[in-house]
Write a protein that binds this ligand. Structure first.
Ligand code: DQA
Length: 144
């Protein structure tokens, strides 16, 4: 299978920001862990990160139009909680998307308890740190 792992706003600072919440592994470290996991299953994986909402929309559109991936793992960061543009982009594409969060958003501030993306995603994983991404890949593989 071919996976695309997308990280949204502020996730480029993972490992450097709020280490008590997100840990010390950088996004490169996390992506390397995901790539190693995919390799053991002979799956392919590509990575994308942007802090810009429209670029994330474009990334989803391109994946759809070019039919380049079987499934998408998406940590939209804070966009999760309010971006109707990303919600519509996920709804527009026929590729299954798993919503991912490293932290347990339900154990944090009230505004993080709601997601405008979950309803249009195949599934949601949160709270397992970098392993949330791997759990999402396992879930998508089992569901497809
Ligand atoms: C996050 C949770 C979001 O609420 C937050 O805005 C992030 C990261 C997570 O991975 O736990 O930037 O998506």
């Amino acid at each position: 299978m071919k996976f695309l792992v997308i990280n949204g706003v502020n996730l480029n600072l993972t490992g450097k920001r709020e280490q008590s919440v997100y840990g010390t592994a950088t996004l490169s470290d996390i992506n390397a862990k995901i790539a190693a996991y995919c390799k053991t299953n002979s799956d392919e994986v590509a990575f994308y990160q942007s802090n810009i909402e429209g670029e994330l929309v474009n990334c989803l559109h391109t994946a759809f139009l070019e039919k380049s991936y079987d499934a998408i793992v998406f940590n939209a960061g804070a966009f999760t909680h309010y971006s109707y543009a990303l919600r519509d982009a996920i709804a527009a594409i026929d590729i299954p998307v798993a919503e991912v969060h490293m932290s347990n958003v339900h154990a944090r501030e009230e505004f993080r308890h709601s997601s405008v993306l979950s309803e249009v995603c195949k599934g949601v994983v949160c709270g397992f740190g970098a392993s949330s991404y791997i759990a999402a890949i396992v879930g998508l593989k089992g569901a497809l």
